[in-house]
Design a protein around this ligand. Sequence first.
Ligand SMILES: CCCCCCCC/C=C\CCCCCCCC(=O)N[C@@H](COP(=O)(O)O)[C@H](O)/C=C/CCCCCCCCCCCCC
Length: 216
Amino acid sequence: MAGASEQQKFSFQEILDTFKLCLTDSKEVDLQHYVDGWRGLIKFLNCLGSIFGFISKDASSKILILVGHLKGENGSQYATIQSMVKYELEKDLVDVTKRGIHQESGCRTLLRLHRALRWLELFLERLRTSSEEDKTSVMCGEAYNESLSQYHPWVIRKAAGVAFHVLPGRPAFFEVMNVGPPEQVVAMLGEAMPLISEVYDITEKLYAQHNLLDLP
Ligand SMILES: CCCCCCCC/C=C\CCCCCCCC(=O)N[C@@H](COP(=O)(O)O)[C@H](O)/C=C/CCCCCCCCCCCCC
């Protein structure tokens, strides 16, 4: 039987495989695979140390909300992000202008992860094109400042900044990704980027069409 540390061992390949499964033939985003992709990313984050615990906790709580919808009595309506949006809007299950009784709507919850996916896209692209001496903390911070930070209050931005500073250097970071030598990591990032970008772009377009990009 595998030991606890072995069970927890992360592999970037798993994330890649999950994001490959995310898009259906009709280019809808499968919610279960989307959630699984985030679960894998959170697993990675947990390997980086307890200082990232507050981030991991927030992302996990959002995953739990989405899993609750997927497993709920109307779970079939949550098969894809498209069907979720249609269902929740038709049934008036989304707080559109101010926080009310639907704080755990799928649309609002997924929007928080969707914004974080933009950070991931920017960070992984920097990682892919980085050189050995580049700092992961700088790449992560720049990606955060260009994306997610605008939605966070000062205290979260500060805490995130402190956490970024203890990120391992590029070689150790690549080790945790558990892919192989740096050239293989770069190649796998090159494979993952278009998939993550496509999932992001499709979701962004859908949310824009329905005016959901600023849900409170
Ligand atoms: C193997 C590939 C390498 C990259 C792996 C990265 C792994 C990242 C895993 C998870 C990313 C974090 C997802 C964070 C979701 C944040 C959602 C959010 O914005 N929540 C805020 C708003 O929520 P509501 O109050 O409106 O419900 C909430 O206030 C945030 C709290 C926590 C702070 C979030 C800081 C985000 C920093 C993102 C960078 C993570 C650093 C990872 C380092 C590799």
